[in-house]
Design a protein around this ligand. Structure first.
Ligand SMILES: C[S@@+](CC[C@H](N)C(=O)[O-])C[C@H]1O[C@@H](n2cnc3c(N)ncnc32)[C@H](O)[C@@H]1O
Length: 187
């Protein structure tokens, strides 16, 4: 018996989507001990826009995204302000997608790296969209390493014990979650 063409096309698409889903789950599971549940999910456009509309970055600014996912924040910031942008990513699937989407774009570096092991002293702006379980440790690392004047932007989750300079609430029905802005104070 021969299957109709549309059934074959449907089966191929369903098979590819299933394989991608397996790949996504496997990659997330592989890095779970490090990410503690912080999945490979991109920051929605309205929140990236809120960040970029409110934080001016000059062309020499070094922007670091801790867990850069597919690298969308880095590309958007580079397009708008011409910043130097570095993203660290530990999920192999996210890293591959970020490298692919950022191919040939000057000024953007995507590193397959665990950000806990990276020295952040050179950063001017640090962006993150992580998970609550990581925020206490992250607050300590940032406090130790960041220079006075550095800006920290955290999507959804605050840094425990830190006082936000501003809290942005994007005017959007589904993506209105808070974006916390902090500044490392000058002595
Ligand atoms: C919610 S996603 C955010 C992605 C991107 N920052 C964005 O806003 O579109 C969080 C990402 O952080 C990554 N991540 C979590 N812990 C990490 C670590 N220790 N080192 C590098 N990447 C990490 C995860 O793999 C995931 O892709």
């Amino acid at each position: 018996m021969r299957l109709p063409g549309w059934v074959l096309v449907f089966m191929v698409i369903a098979g590819v989507l299933f394989a991608l889903k397996i790949l996504y789950v496997a990659a997330a599971g592989f890095v779970l001990p490090l990410t503690r549940g912080g999945l490979f999910v991109g920051t929605p456009g309205p929140r990236i826009a809120a960040f970029l509309d409110n934080i001016y970055m000059g062309p020499g600014t070094l922007l670091v995204d801790l867990g850069c996912g597919d690298g969308r924040v880095l590309r958007a910031a580079r397009r708008r302000y011409g910043v130097r942008a570095i993203g660290f990513e530990i999920n192999p699937l996210a890293y591959g997608v970020a490298r692919l989407l950022s191919l040939g774009r000057a000024g953007i570096t995507i590193r397959y790296a665990n950000f806990w092991k990276e020295d952040l002293r050179r950063a001017d702006v640090v962006f993150c969209y992580l998970f609550p379980d990581l925020m206490t440790g992250l607050a300590e690392k940032l406090k130790r390493e960041l220079r006075p004047g550095c800006t920290v932007v955290s999507c959804n989750f605050p840094l425990p014990g830190w006082k936000a300079k501003r809290v942005l609430r994007p005017d959007h029905s589904r993506h209105g979650d808070p974006v916390y802005i902090y500044e490392i104070l000058r002595m």
